[in-house]
Design a protein around this ligand. Structure first.
Ligand code: FMN
Length: 347
């Protein structure tokens, strides 16, 4: 069945998924105020198109930290893809490679990062990392990501503890089924838990910086002051994110956080954003406000659950088509033609 919007993919995924797994993917922390805010904030922004600008040859490609993407929409790191499809992250990576975009593989992937890379030759992979208090194990995982050919490390900084996900508590969904595990956490014949620790600090990030020559992205920045501090620690990009509303509830919508962070960074490094991107017009709004690219989390899961690799490919193709059409309707030939003056609130 042909699907015309990302929302239809969510409906199809919901029909196929175990209800507890659907809740795990869809849900967020607390009252899910931030989950809803992420999408609602995009809807409140209006686009002011320009006209008669002779914008003929469309160009939507971006280069980020040396990785090339055919569109400014990346695959955000999300855990547990094999709950959605037996091929899991392998299928997602193949679809990302076909769409010529970057996939950020989660540390909590249910396929080891090396196997993800092997399954999707030509895929541009980055690797998401929760810094572990046992830094020698952080290093083990970093070496696995490097060996798999990942081109950047994305350190998720917004998770000193798990968010309070009440849907999961209610459903008793506290762990993966027995046949699945976080494959990147294998340590000899055991699988380590991913430790989230409030003790982590910028010093741990400095030590990661010494461990690897890969560019480091800090994900989960909400406060402009943290963006400024990140620059002092030699990071290569900042990802504005509230973890899709799954960590601290009532953090403002990602797109509402963006302008202050863009101002704080002052062009020193690229600023990325995720949270609530569901339409090509959302992508354009974020880019006009200064993001270099955006990433999508749940829409990819919905594609995967609805139709495996082909489902993810359709989701990414749909977003690309929407970006191209909206860009043309805005009178722009390329992403650099977008500027903050084209975004108005309220619409
Ligand atoms: C089911 C699920 C699992 C996630 N797992 C991770 C993860 O392992 N690491 C991480 O940094 N972020 C994780 N995230 C957050 C995403 O990277 C991203 O910030 C968020 O999904 C963006 O919002 P969106 O779903 O509205 O696009 C997860 C999000 C979801 C929905």
């Amino acid at each position: 069945m042909e699907r015309w919007t990302l929302r239809e993919f969510e409906a199809a995924a919901r029909e196929r998924l175990d209800p507890a797994h659907y809740d795990y993917f869809a849900g967020g922390a607390g009252d899910e105020i931030t989950v809803r805010a992420n999408e609602a904030a995009f809807a409140r922004l209006g686009l002011l198109p320009r006209v008669l600008r002779g914008a003929a040859k469309l160009q939507t490609g971006v280069t980020l930290l040396g990785s090339r993407a055919a569109m400014p929409v990346l695959v955000a790191p999300t855990a547990f893809h094999r709950l959605a499809d037996p091929e899991g992250e392998r299928a997602t990576a193949r679809a990302a490679a076909a769409a010529e975009t970057i996939m950020i593989v989660s540390m909590a992937s249910t396929v080891a990062v090396g196997d993800v890379a092997a399954a999707a030759p030509g895929a541009e992979l980055w690797f998401q990392l929760y810094l572990q208090p046992d830094e020698s194990f952080t290093e083990t995982v970093v070496r696995r990501a490097e060996a798999a050919g990942c081109r950047a490390l994305v350190v998720t900084a917004d998770s000193p503890v798990h968010g309070r996900r009440e849907r999961d508590l209610r459903n008793g969904f506290l762990d993966l089924p027995e046949h699945l595990c976080c494959e990147n956490m294998r340590d000899g014949d055991r699988v380590r838990p991913i430790v989230m620790s409030p003790e982590l600090s910028w010093r741990h990030l400095d030590r990661l910086r010494e461990m690897t020559s890969l560019p480091i992205v800090v994900k989960g920045v909400a406060h402009p002051e943290d963006a400024r501090i990140a620059l002092d620690h030699g990071i290569s990009a900042i990802m504005v994110s509230n973890h899709g509303g799954r960590q601290l509830d009532t953090v403002p919508a990602a797109v509402d956080l963006l302008p202050d962070i863009v101002a704080a960074v002052g062009g020193a490094v690229p600023v990325l954003l995720d949270g609530g991107v569901r339409r090509g017009t959302d992508v354009l709004k974020a880019l006009a406000l200064g993001a270099a690219a955006v990433a999508v989390g749940r829409p990819v899961i919905w594609g995967l659950a609805a139709g495996g690799e082909r489902g993810v490919a359709s989701v990414l193709a749909l977003l690309r088509a929407e970006v191209e059409q909206a860009l043309t309707l805005c009178g722009c030939a390329c992403l650099a033609d977008l500027d903050a003056g084209m975004v108005r609130r309220p619409c």
